[in-house]
Design a protein around this ligand. Structure first.
Ligand SMILES: [Zn+2]
Length: 296
């Protein structure tokens, strides 16, 4: 489990690097398919996990991976269904979740939380592609699209990984895509440049857990398998415990670099990765961000 999570993080880091430098893809682009429900699949590889939801009127896709992975996603969906893609939802702004957007047909409606649209508008990949794949429809706190078996509920509960992390719920399937707000079992990345918050992360997770009902299965941003609603509760507690530890360490006046060396995953969090991804300054960067947030 922890090895898988580290791999996921490496993919995430690679994704952001690729987005930043537009590096060409090395090797073959293999999209792996997991069938989650009769009309819901997860496409793995090439960045964040992509969800494919088949409705009566067409296909809804959640997240579009790294640059160059739009076409492999489209090709794989053609193997699953002849129905057209109508909608693309992005969970948040990162390059390993939105870059493939520019390869989708221009007829596809792109939906994001409103802050994510603002973040995407700053990204080179959209500037270089005349804004193709840019979000057209946005929501602030909640929006529903479709009805009955086709319904999708979109929620935003506050800052965490970024300031625009959408929770995408398929109520009829009791399943939700949580993007990188719950990327895997370990300390989450916090992107402060895109409004992420170390201080409010656990609180936001608790709001998700308390505010969304009737979900059993979670598609995570970078996990090779699904997790459960109970896993989300544990992940929220893990983040709360981290915050309590971090605030204590900083209040004692310790420099972030020194405090970071003392962090350990509490034993009760079995299967949680002890590796902290170096992105966004690693653990010291996270503690510095927390220090800044605590001063506000
Ligand atoms: Zn991300």
């Amino acid at each position: 489990m922890s090895r898988a999570f580290v791999l996921g993080i490496l993919i995430a880091v690679g994704g952001l690097t690729a987005a930043a430098y537009q590096q060409p893809q090395q090797g073959p682009m293999v999209v792996e398919v997991d069938k989650i429900k009769d009309n819901l699949w997860v496409l793995k590889g090439g960045g964040g996990n992509t969800a494919v939801f088949l409705t009566g009127s067409g296909v809804v896709v959640v997240d579009a991976k790294n640059p160059g992975w739009g076409k492999p996603i489209l090709d794989k969906i053609k193997e699953l269904t002849p129905k057209p893609i109508t909608t693309l939802i992005n969970t948040h702004t990162h390059g390993d979740h939105v870059s493939g957007n520019v390869e989708f047909p221009a007829t596809v409606e792109v939906i994001t939380q409103e802050n994510t649209k603002a973040n995407m508008e700053k990204m080179d990949i959209f500037k270089q592609n005349s804004n193709r794949g840019m979000a057209k429809k946005t929501f602030k706190d909640k929006m529903s699209i479709g009805r009955g078996a086709d319904e999708i509920d979109l929620y935003y509960f506050g800052p965490g990984h970024t300031n625009g992390d959408a929770i995408v719920v398929f109520p009829a399937l009791r399943t939700a895509h949580l993007g990188d707000l719950f990327a895997g079992k370990g300390l989450p990345l916090v992107d402060s440049a895109n409004g992420g918050s170390v201080l409010h992360y656990a609180e936001t997770l608790n709001k998700v857990h308390g505010g969304v009902k009737n979900v059993d299965t979670i598609i995570n941003g970078h996990m090779p398998t699904t997790t459960t609603w109970a896993d989300l509760k544990t992940f929220a507690e893990f983040n709360q415990d981290f915050l309590t530890w971090a605030q204590g360490a900083l209040k004692s006046g310790k420099p972030a670099e020194d405090a970071a060396k003392e962090w350990k995953v509490p034993e009760k969090y079995a299967g949680y990765s002890s590796t902290v991804a170096p992105l966004f300054g690693g653990l010291p960067g996270r503690l510095q961000r927390l220090q800044e947030e605590m001063k506000k």
